[in-house]
Design a protein around this ligand. Structure first.
Ligand code: GAL
Length: 442
C-alpha cells in the first residue's frame, strides 16, 4: 500500500482543479472583470411585499436542519418581509436521490426552485450549467469580493468556461474515519488504525468481542461506494486517483483491483444487520455501539453533535493521511426564477463571512472562505481548516466534485454489483466503459 506524501498548497489546489474539471489552474488566476450583468446593476432589494424565497435541498437530518436554519435566521433578520419556503426533501438513493429527481423534472419543465443545494463541480455543471439553465454569477463574485476570499481551485471548480455558476457555502471532507473511543480502549489500542493492514488487525480483535468493525448501510448501495472512493485514494495515492478522471489512470489499474479487494474484505467485518440498514439510519449504528468505525464525510460530526453522542474520535480514512478528499455544497441561481432579487440576497448571505460562520460550525464543515472567525469553530473543525491548507486536495466522486452525475450513477451500480458478485475483473471492465461513456477517458 502507498504512503501518501504531503504536497504544497499550490500542488494541492492544482490536483483538485485538474482532477475535477480538467482545466488548468492558471486559467482561473486572472481577476474577473467587474462588469454588471443585466438585472444585477441595482443593489438587490426584495419585492415591496417581500415576496418569497424557495430553497430546495436534501438537508433533513440532524445537524443539516439546524445549520440551514441558522442561515434562514440571518436571512429573516435582514429581510423580515420575505417568506422563506424550506422545500427540503428526504429520501431516495444516495445523497438527495429524491430531491435530485424532482429538481431535474422542475428544471426541465421550466419551474425551477428559487435556489437549490448542489455539489460544487461536475454535479452542477454536468446536470444544469451545460444545459444552459443557470445564470452566470461573475458579477456577484466581483461585487462581493469572492474572487479574493474563496480559494482559486474552488472558484475553478464552480466555473464552466471561466464563469462561476454557484456559491460554495462550505467544504466537507469525505475521507474521515469516525471511531468509537470506548471500543478502541477496550481493544487495548492507544491510537486509531492508520492503514488498512492496521484496520484489519483491529477488526479481528473486535470480531472476538462480537462488535462489527465497519458501519455499513447495505440497503443503500451508494454508501459502500463512498467507502470505496476512500480506499481508492489509499491504494492509488492522490495523483493517480485524480488521474482516474482525466484519463491518466485506467480504471483497471492494479491499484483499483487492490482497492476492490480491500472493500470486499472490509465488508466481512460489517455490523451484523448491515444489509438491512439504510444510509439515513447509519448514525444509530455508531451511536448504539453496534459498529466501531465508520468511513464517512464530516457531516457525521454535525449529526453526532446533534444526537448528543460524545464517545467518538476521528482520523483520516486508513491510508489517506495527508490527503483531503473534498466536496462542497453550493447554491446557484436558475434562469427565470420567480424571486430573483431574493435569491441574489440569499447567495450574498451564503457567500458572506457571517453566513458561513453561522452555518459551518453546526453543519460539521469548514468555511469555503479563507477568512473565518476561528473562535466559532471547534477542535475538529480547526484541525480540518488546517488540513485543507496543508494536505493534497482531491475531489470526491460520490459527492459530485470529481465526475458528472451520469458517471456517479454508473459507479454506484458497479460497486453495488461488485459487493454481491465479488467479480473484480467484471467491475473493472464496467468502470473502464463507464469512464469512456462519461468522457473521462478516451
Ligand atoms: C453530502 C452533502 C452533505 C450532506 C451529506 C449527507 O453529499 O454534501 O452536505 O448532506 O451528503 O449524506
Amino acid at each position: 500500500m502507498k504512503t501518501n506524501r504531503k504536497f504544497t498548497r499550490r500542488q494541492s489546489l492544482k490536483l483538485f482543479g485538474f482532477g475535477a474539471t480538467g482545466i488548468a489552474l492558471s486559467a482561473c488566476a486572472a481577476p474577473r472583470p467587474a462588469t454588471q450583468a443585466p438585472g444585477a446593476e441595482q443593489p438587490a432589494q426584495p419585492a415591496a411585499d417581500g415576496g418569497k424565497l424557495e430553497i430546495f435541498s436534501w438537508w433533513t437530518s440532524g445537524g443539516e436542519v439546524e445549520a440551514l436554519e441558522a442561515l434562514y435566521k440571518l436571512y429573516r433578520e435582514k429581510y423580515p418581509n420575505v417568506e422563506i419556503i424550506n422545500a427540503a426533501l428526504a429520501g431516495g438513493a444516495g445523497q438527495g436521490g429524491n430531491m435530485k429527481a424532482v429538481l431535474e423534472t422542475r428544471m426541465i419543465g421550466g419551474d425551477p426552485p428559487d435556489s437549490f443545494q448542489v455539489h460544487l463541480g461536475q454535479e452542477l455543471i454536468g446536470s444544469h450549467v451545460k444545459a444552459g439553465r443557470m445564470e452566470d454569477l461573475s458579477d456577484l463574485y466581483a461585487s462581493e469580493g469572492w474572487n479574493n476570499v474563496f480559494p482559486k481551485g474552488l472558484i475553478e471548480l464552480a466555473s464552466y468556461e471561466g464563469k462561476p455558476y454557484s456559491v460554495p457555502v462550505n467544504i466537507h471532507r469525505s475521507n474521515v474515519m469516525w471511531y468509537n473511543t470506548n471500543h478502541l480502549a477496550e481493544a487495548g489500542l492507544d491510537k486509531p488504525p492508520a492503514t488498512w493492514d492496521e484496520w484489519f488487525d483491529y477488526a479481528e480483535k473486535l470480531k472476538a468481542k462480537g462488535i462489527g468493525a465497519l458501519a455499513v448501510a447495505g440497503a443503500d448501495p451508494n454508501f459502500s461506494a463512498h467507502v470505496f472512493e476512500n480506499i481508492l485514494v489509499a491504494t492509488l495515492g492522490p495523483e493517480k486517483y485524480t488521474g482516474l478522471f482525466n484519463g491518466a489512470t485506467a480504471w483497471d489499474d492494479p491499484g483499483v483491483k487492490e482497492a476492490m479487494d480491500i472493500l470486499l474484505r472490509s465488508h466481512e467485518y460489517a455490523q451484523a444487520d448491515y444489509l438491512s440498514v439504510a444510509w439515513g439510519d447509519i448514525n444509530e449504528v455508531m451511536t448504539s455501539g453496534k459498529a466501531s468505525t465508520m468511513i464517512m464525510g464530516d457531516w457525521t460530526h454535525g449529526l453526532f453533535k446533534s444526537a448528543g453522542f460524545k464517545d467518538y474520535g476521528w482520523a483520516p480514512a486508513p491510508g489517506t493521511n495527508g490527503v483531503f478528499v473534498a466536496l462542497s455544497d453550493s447554491f446557484g441561481l436558475p434562469k427565470n426564477v420567480k424571486h430573483r432579487e431574493n435569491v441574489i440576497n440569499w447567495l450574498k448571505l451564503c457567500g458572506s463571512r457571517e453566513g458561513q460562520d453561522a452555518f459551518n460550525p453546526i453543519k460539521g464543515s469548514i468555511p469555503a472562505r479563507t477568512d473565518p472567525d476561528l473562535s466559532k469553530y471547534d477542535d475538529y473543525l480547526k484541525q480540518t481548516i488546517e488540513a485543507f491548507k496543508t494536505n493534497t486536495i482531491v475531489g470526491s466522486i460520490q459527492h459530485g466534485a470529481a465526475a458528472p452525475q451520469g458517471f456517479v450513477n454508473d459507479y454506484d451500480t458497479i460497486v453495488s454489483t461488485l459487493l454481491a458478485s465479488k467479480d473484480t475483473a467484471a467491475a473493472m471492465k464496467e468502470l473502464v466503459a463507464a469512464a469512456k461513456t462519461a468522457g473521462l477517458s478516451k
